[in-house]
Design a protein around this ligand. Sequence first.
Ligand SMILES: [Cu+2]
Length: 238
Amino acid sequence: MDTQLINIPLTRQHKYRAWLFNKGCPGPFIRARVGDILEVEFTNKDEDGVAHNIDLHCVTGPGGGLYIYHCAAAPIPMHIANGMYGLVLVEPEEGLPPVDKEFYVMQSEFYTEPSLDDPKMLEYSYSDGLNENPQYIFFNGREGAITDNPLMAEIDQTIRIYFGNAGANLTSAFHIIGAIFDKVYREGGLISPPERGIATTTVPPGGATVVELKTVVPGTLTLVDHATSLSLKVPLDI
Ligand SMILES: [Cu+2]
């Protein structure tokens, strides 16, 4: 893996100088199985000379689960808010049951202020980061990431979503409009059996969940953070 500085189209109007794992926001989905040895080679290509690293929450988790990884160089909230996070799945030894479709979605906050040099650029806001006052909360790192490229499935398929909340600060009330989660592996734990028939599940910052649902009728299903006032305070990607 590597780290680079990339100007990403954060909103329809603005770019943001993001710090990314493998040019992605979120970074690559890492998939392993209990008993695997995970070798991570990490190169810092940050041309501004900022130090970066990788903190994989799965390092000592026995039995399998879905875990966040993120840059843990100081100040940590800045590195997370700049886009340095992803998910690592450690499947149980026997593997997860097969499904028809799998998707990778991550929520995170962006704390921004206009750049003094370029009105089309946004920069990280230290004060809003400290005050936990995000300007944007997005799925998959930018405005419209999912609405522009919808997650598609056919009728009568079983869908599994690997969902992570990078934070850096707010808890997600993860919900899908138009369906019920048939299975929720709470907080990404794969050792316990899944909960059944959940409408909204809590995903803390630094946490993840695995949810499954079945497509019953044709239509558009919408993923949201059901903390509804947030959609008035900041634009939510729905
Ligand atoms: Cu970093």
